[in-house]
Design a binder for this molecule. Structure first.
Ligand SMILES: CC(C)(COP(=O)(O)OP(=O)(O)OC[C@H]1O[C@@H](n2cnc3c(N)ncnc32)[C@H](O)[C@@H]1OP(=O)(O)O)[C@@H](O)C(=O)NCCC(=O)NCCS
Length: 173
């Protein structure tokens, strides 16, 4: 994995969200990768990204927050041993291995919290960067939902359900 830049991953604070929101906003406004409403405002984004998840992390390089991810149970009750994560990297910080590092970090956190597997529920099949990355990180496409993602430019594209059983060896530990 490339780690050409010094960056740290730490728990995100309420104050950090001021720097996280522009990353969230840029990605969500495009409507190409997440199913959140494209005009999601700060308060709703704060709820989605900081309050609903069990944990939210910020990636900081040279005093700037450049990426973020959340971790939460994918389902309550009998499905709560499977987690779900969402990852966002600022456009200017992409292609440097930050998402790969966050994904490994999240798998380690998930194991530490007692999760047994990780599931991504709605990966737009058009999101080739993400699909390639998750496959590389050991996730399997276990389902294809025909036309389930309404891409603003491409129309209704298939969405993928991706899944990985977590083991210490497979999480980089
Ligand atoms: C998808 C996303 C998280 C990737 O972040 P990133 O930090 O640029 O990814 P990395 O640098 O860690 O990429 C690692 C691997 O991902 C894949 N990848 C990343 N960007 C890619 C691209 N543009 N095209 C093809 N593959 C790509 C490659 O397999 C790459 O491996 P390599 O180093 O051997 O080339 C980032 O583009 C992003 O935030 N996109 C918008 C939000 C989003 O799509 N989130 C995921 C929703 S499922």
């Amino acid at each position: 994995m490339r780690e050409d830049t010094q960056y740290t991953i730490r728990k995100a604070s309420q104050k950090d969200f001021e720097a996280i929101f522009p990353i969230f906003e840029e990605i969500v406004e495009k409507g190409e990768t997440y199913a959140y409403a494209r005009d999601t405002d700060y308060d709703e984004a704060y709820h989605i990204w900081m309050e609903v998840p069990q944990e939210t992390f910020a990636v900081e390089a040279a005093g700037e927050i450049i990426a973020t991810y959340y971790l939460k149970p994918n389902q309550p009750g009998q499905g709560a041993h499977v987690c779900n994560c969402g990852y966002m990297v600022a456009s200017h910080a992409r292609g440097r291995g930050i998402a790969a590092t966050m994904c490994l970090h999240s798998q380690q956190r998930a194991l530490a919290l007692g999760y047994r597997a990780m599931q991504f529920n709605l990966v737009a099949s058009s999101n080739t960067a993400a699909v390639a990355l998750w496959h590389k990180m050991g996730f399997e496409t276990v389902g294809r939902l025909p036309g389930a993602f309404a891409h603003p430019k491409l129309g209704e594209v298939d969405a993928l359900v991706m899944y990985k059983v977590l083991t210490e060896m497979g999480s980089g530990l």
